[in-house]
Design a protein around this ligand. Structure first.
Ligand SMILES: Cc1cc2nc3c(=O)[nH]c(=O)nc-3n(C[C@H](O)[C@H](O)[C@H](O)COP(=O)(O)OP(=O)(O)OC[C@H]3O[C@@H](n4cnc5c(N)ncnc54)[C@H](O)[C@@H]3O)c2cc1C
Length: 308
C-alpha cells in the first residue's frame, strides 16, 4: 500500500478518533481521515485510493454505524457538503446534509414530500445508501435519482429503479459496494406552509412519544421481522433495561441500545448478541441487524495499523 500521495492531501488528519464523528460517541481512530466538502475532488481521491490499495470507509453522521473500538484502517472520509437546491417539483440534497434539517427547511418554504426526514437523524448520503425511512415515508418513496462515485472514480446517475430499494436496503449495500453517494434528487410539491409544518411536527411528536430521545443511540438495532416488531420481541424476552458496561437496552423501546455511560463497541455488541440469542431461543425468530458495523475490534487493530 502506497500512501505518500495521501499524506500530502490537503486537510488530511492522522489517527483521528472516530468517536468524534459518531452520534453514538463510540469508535477508535482512523489511520487517515478527511472531511470532504468539495465533492469535485472525490473521484480523484477515490480512484487514487483504489489504485494504491488504500481502503476507503465513508462516514455519514454516525447515527446508524457502530464503529468498533480498534477504529478504521486506511482512509475514513466524511462528505460534509450540505447544499440543497430546490427546482421545479424536486429538491437536490447533497450527501452531507442532515435529513431533519432538510425536512424543516423544505417545510418552512411550503415544499411537501420529505416530512418523513425529520424522523431520520442522519445524512442524505447514508440514508440513500440504506433506504432510510420513517413513519410511512422514506427514500424509496421520494427519491428520483442520486449521483454516485464508483471506486474507480467514475461518477454516474442512478435512478430509484437502479437502486433496487428494499427494506433498509439498496443495491449500494450489495453489488455496488464502495460506491459513494454524492447527492440525492427527491420529488417535492408545493403545499401550504402551515400544512407541511403540521405534518413534520406530527412525525416529530410521534418519534418523541415512541423512541428514547436526547440519549445516544443508533436507532433501531434490528430490522422488524415480518408481521412483528423487534422491540416487542426483545421486550418480551425480558431484556428491556438490561445493562452491559456502559450500554443499555432502552427501557422505553427495546430495539434501541443506548450509550449511557462511556460505552465501548464491545459493550454494545454484547447486548446485540444477547438480544439476538434470547429472541431466537425463546421465539424462534432470528433478528437481522439494522445497524452497520465499521472498523475492527481493538485486539485486531494493533497489528494492522498503517505504518508511519
Ligand atoms: C434516535 C434515532 C432514530 C432513528 N430513526 C430512524 C428511522 O426512523 N428510520 C431510519 O431509516 N433510520 C433511523 N435511524 C438510523 C439512521 O438515522 C439512518 O440509518 C441514517 O440514514 C444514517 O445516516 P448517517 O449519516 O448517520 O449514517 P452513518 O451511521 O454515518 O453510516 C451508515 C452507513 O452509511 C454509509 N454511508 C455514509 N455516507 C455515505 C455516502 N455518502 N455514500 C454511501 N454510503 C454512505 C456508511 O459507510 C455506513 O455504512 C435512527 C437513528 C437514531 C440515532
Amino acid at each position: 500500500m502506497s500512501v505518500e500521495w495521501l499524506k500530502r492531501w490537503p486537510g488530511l488528519c492522522r489517527d483521528e478518533p472516530l468517536s468524534r464523528h459518531s452520534q453514538y460517541g463510540i469508535g477508535g481512530p482512523a489511520d487517515f481521515f478527511l472531511s470532504v466538502n468539495d465533492v469535485g475532488a472525490l473521484p480523484e481521491l477515490v480512484a487514487r485510493s483504489t489504485v494504491s490499495g488504500v481502503a476507503v470507509t465513508v462516514l455519514g453522521a454516525g447515527s446508524n454505524a457502530l464503529i468498533l473500538d480498534g477504529g478504521v484502517r486506511g482512509l475514513a472520509l466524511r462528505v460534509t457538503d450540505k447544499r440543497m437546491s430546490v427546482g421545479d417539483g424536486e429538491v437536490t440534497v447533497a450527501a452531507g446534509a442532515m435529513l431533519p434539517r432538510a425536512a424543516l427547511d423544505l417545510a418552512r418554504h411550503g415544499m411537501a414530500g420529505m416530512e418523513w426526514g425529520i424522523g431520520v437523524p442522519g445524512s442524505c448520503g447514508a440514508s440513500v445508501w440504506g433506504n432510510a425511512g420513517a413513519f410511512g415515508g422514506g427514500v424509496a418513496t421520494s427519491l428520483i435519482s442520486c449521483e454516485v462515485v464508483a471506486p474507480d472514480g467514475t461518477t454516474r446517475t442512478m435512478t430509484a429503479d437502479d437502486c433496487a430499494f428494499g427494506y433498509r436496503d439498496s443495491r449500494l449495500k450489495r453489488d455496488l459496494l464502495g460506491h459513494i453517494v454524492l447527492s440525492g434528487r427527491f420529488a417535492v410539491a408545493r403545499d401550504e406552509v402551515s400544512v407541511v409544518r403540521a405534518r413534520t411536527a406530527a412525525v416529530q411528536a410521534e418519534r418523541k412519544r415512541t423512541q428514547p430521545y436526547g440519549v445516544r443511540s443508533l436507532g433501531s438495532t434490528f430490522k422488524n421481522p415480518p408481521d412483528d416488531f423487534a422491540g416487542r420481541l426483545i421486550e418480551a424476552a425480558g431484556l428491556g433495561g438490561r445493562v452491559h458496561g456502559g450500554a443499555q437496552i432502552s427501557p422505553k423501546h427495546a430495539n434501541f441500545i443506548l450509550n449511557v455511560d462511556h460505552a465501548t463497541a464491545v459493550d454494545v455488541l454484547a447486548l446485540v448478541e444477547l438480544a439476538r440469542d434470547e429472541v431466537a431461543s425463546r421465539f424462534g425468530t432470528v433478528l437481522e441487524r439494522e445497524i452497520v458495523i465499521l472498523g475492527e475490534p481493538a485486539e485486531l487493530a494493533a497489528g494492522l495499523r498503517s505504518g508511519p
